[in-house]
Write a protein that binds this ligand. Structure first.
Ligand SMILES: Cc1cc2nc3c(=O)[nH]c(=O)nc-3n(C[C@H](O)[C@H](O)[C@H](O)COP(=O)(O)O)c2cc1C
Length: 419
């Protein structure tokens, strides 16, 4: 069940956003690491993403953080022992394993990793991991010496060979005060990897999807550029939706937003960098969605040194000469490639969008009136119209950008070459 987005903004109220983990059950195993307190945040983020979250605490985890916290966050009973009278595992010890769409162990201690590698099942968490056929993600957290020890490395390799996915650990400050590799990876990344894991059986499995995002920045001099108001949120939402449906995603971005988990990210600031990143990859892609706001004009000359105020000697201002930028989308070609263009317009939405279909070779254009409230740059919502060469014009209601991403993928899916 997806909760309604609540906001003070009147435009966001009627939206019923589809949450990325709606209808999915995630079993979260928490073990006895000092990082156990971070698992409360993870449980909360998974619930906010729409998942039903069943938490299992090892006995040591229970020493660090009690089950009341998780019960309150998940609104579900929390399992702490195989012989726990209140746990359904007392009746059916593999109940959670069967129900799970994904099992995530975060934080995972060296001890639990060792038990998992050997198939020891002396607690509800290890029994659940052994019994499940759902994807298993392990996010280790421990002292760097423990992580780098021969035994732990051997156990990690064994689990990887068995198909277990690892999230981190990362380098950073450890509880001991030392700096090293053993820190729990950030919670947003774990949520992204869970979304990817539950989508592996999605309708984009085996598909290569390229998405461009953000507004390109064309340099004027070493410290200045001309750009536009695009933040990249729309492109990121499409990339995440594709990842969640099982696609292998390349995100080419001019935005400063952080890289989403489970997505290959190439940072491209200028039109030229975008072109170089996208064209060679198009040959082997199934879908290219050009959500980036690519500059139409670029400074004719780039000053090699910072342009100074004093260069305007007579004080009557300076002019910047701009040259038209060649649109590279028509050049993106591949045997299987389906292309989707974006048209950000402030007037004559459909007519302007329709004019872009043929020259860009797009299967359809996602037109959006960026001057409408709740649409366009920087918002988390968008109102778009799909326009194609057959004369179709499908105006969608105001939606979350993630839902717009899914709607684009829904429309593109039947157009993909069968394989
Ligand atoms: C204060 C404290 C902090 C600990 N932190 C970690 C840790 O971050 N990672 C780890 O692998 N073990 C850590 N341990 C050791 C584990 O709690 C211990 O190996 C325990 O047996 C793990 O049990 P479990 O894997 O069943 O949760 C810590 C122990 C204590 C007392």
């Amino acid at each position: 069940m997806s909760p309604t987005i609540r906001s003070n903004s009147p435009i966001a109220d009627p939206i019923r956003a589809r949450l990325p983990l709606d209808g999915k059950t995630v079993v979260l195993g928490v073990t006895g690491s000092i990082a156990a307190y971070k698992a409360a945040d993870l449980a909360s983020k998974l619930v906010q993403a729409g998942a039903t979250v069943d938490v299992i605490l090892t006995r040591s985890a229970n020493e660090f953080i009690g089950k009341t916290t998780f019960q309150a966050l998940t609104h579900r009973p929390v399992t702490t022992g195989l012989w726990d009278a209140q746990s359904e595992l007392n009746i059916d010890h593999v109940a959670l394993a069967l129900r799970a769409d994904c099992v995530i162990v975060a934080p995972a201690t060296a001890n639990t990793i060792a038990k998992l590698a050997l198939g020891i099942t002396d607690d509800p968490l290890t029994a659940t991991v052994l019994a499940t056929i759902a994807p298993v993600i392990v996010a280790p957290a421990m002292d760097a010496g423990m992580y780098e020890s021969a035994a732990t490395q051997r156990n990690v390799e064994t689990l990887k060979r068995d198909g277990v996915r690892f999230a981190g650990p990362v380098e950073g400050r450890l509880a001991s005060g030392l700096v090293g590799k053993g820190r729990l990876i950030d919670i947003e990344t774990i949520v992204g990897l869970v979304r990817q894991a539950v989508g592996v059986r999605g309708d984009y499995e085996g598909r290569r999807v390229i998405v461009s995002a953000g507004g390109t920045r064309q340099p004027i001099d070493p410290v200045r550029f001309i750009s536009n108001r695009s933040t990249g949120k729309m492109g990121y939402a499409i990339a995440e939706a594709a990842r969640d449906r099982g696609a292998d995603v390349l995100l080419v971005t001019a935005s400063d937003l952080p890289s989403p988990a489970g997505i290959e990210v190439v940072r491209a600031s200028t039109v030229e960098e975008m072109r170089e990143a996208i064209l060679p990859e198009s040959a082997n892609a199934d879908l290219l969605v050009m959500a980036a706001a690519i500059s139409d004009f670029t400074p004719t000359k780039i000053a090699t040194e910072k342009i100074k105020k004093t260069m305007d000697r007579d004080g009557d201002g300076m002019s910047l000469e701009l040259t038209k930028v060649e649109d590279f989308m028509p050049l993106a070609k591949g045997d299987r490639l389906v292309k989707v263009a974006f048209a950000a317009e402030t007037n004559d939405l459909e007519a302007n969008a329709r004019d872009k279909i043929a020259p860009k070779g797009a299967a359809f254009v996602v037109a959006n009136n960026v001057s409408e409230p709740g649409s366009g740059f920087g918002t988390d919502t968008n109102r778009v119209t799909f326009v194609d060469a057959t004369g179709l014009s499908d105006a969608l209601p105001l939606m979350s950008k993630l839902d717009v991403g899914h709607a684009i993928l829904d429309r593109a899916r039947p157009l993909l070459i069968k394989h």
